[in-house]
Design a protein around this ligand. Sequence first.
Ligand code: FA5
Length: 353
Amino acid sequence: MTETLESLFEPIRARIAAAESQESAEDVLRQVERETLDKGGVVAALLAAIPTLPGPERPLAGKRANELKGAITLALAEARERLATRAMERERAGSGFDATLPGQRAARGGLHPLVAVTRELEDLFTSMGYVVLDGPEIETDYHNFEALNIPRDHPARDMQDTFRLDPEGKLVLRTHTSAVQARGLKRLAEEVRAGRFAPPFRAIVPGKVFRQETTDASHEHTFHQMEGLVVGKDISVGHLIGAMKTLLRGVFGREIEIRLRPGYFPFVEPGFELDARCPFCKEGCSVCKRSTWIELLPCGLVHPNVLKECGLDPEEWSGFAFGLGLSRLVMLRYGIDDVRLLLSGDLRFLEQF
Ligand code: FA5
């Protein structure tokens, strides 16, 4: 170990300097790095040899190995920086780069139409005293079906073809936001028992739901709904109609005529399908399929069995619920003719909003 730092470093420095003028400069520098700094390289060999030296020589040999490592690291970094600067200068000279030109503005994104309408509805409903609830997208069969008066093997299960997540069928991707009704009602029952509940309870639940659907222009396997739930004393169909009229006034900015038809859902009694007078025509158009009515949302009064299952006495409490097809409302609002566009991630579609 008699070499000086200079004699060890000089040949390496010369290779680094030579590399800079070569076409494949970075490859050569990487090769030098491998042979000197990496495992099995010169520096590692010097360090490994230290224990074989006589005792008094060891500190100096260690110091020299570390100095060499530092010198090589620095020389490589400086060479790479010079290469980068030269590459940038070449680029500027070649492309007519003009540092005085204004920069490019970053493109600004916008709100997805589903998010925009959800926020609008949240504002509308919270202004009427509703709270916004959330629930899990992976749901138990119990909350999605059983607590809502749809026991196993009930024919109503066929209305919503379900993605099941385990062989026993205990977990599902929720098929509707009504699953959060059961969760909300159970919390409410706790509040009632604790004497903290001041009726009415008003909540909306916007969210994503999933069904095993054959997709077409009006059916997606993943779509959005917004549940509404109001529970209090003596809640009637009149309250439901009032809330729905306010909803439509908020969405379309004017009074919209509605009608209720009987509809069957095991968790409401009576149950309805609510139609709205087509906001786009008077005589019939492609949106309302020439009928002048648009099927907008199912709704009804919360079934006594659901209240009971969730711990609320149906003799004392009553409520209404509705399940707005948010995706379809967004389509109506913006004149979108295919629900599959909404979650397609296609920027050509999204940039129009
Ligand atoms: C339900 O999901 C009930 N949970 C609604 C409900 C809530 C009834 C509270 C009573 C009380 P339905 O399966 O009809 O109901 O779906 C509700 C709305 O979701 C439909 O009116 C429709 O607008 C929308 N919808 C249903 N399936 C699809 C689909 N595949 N793609 C897009 N939207 C859909």
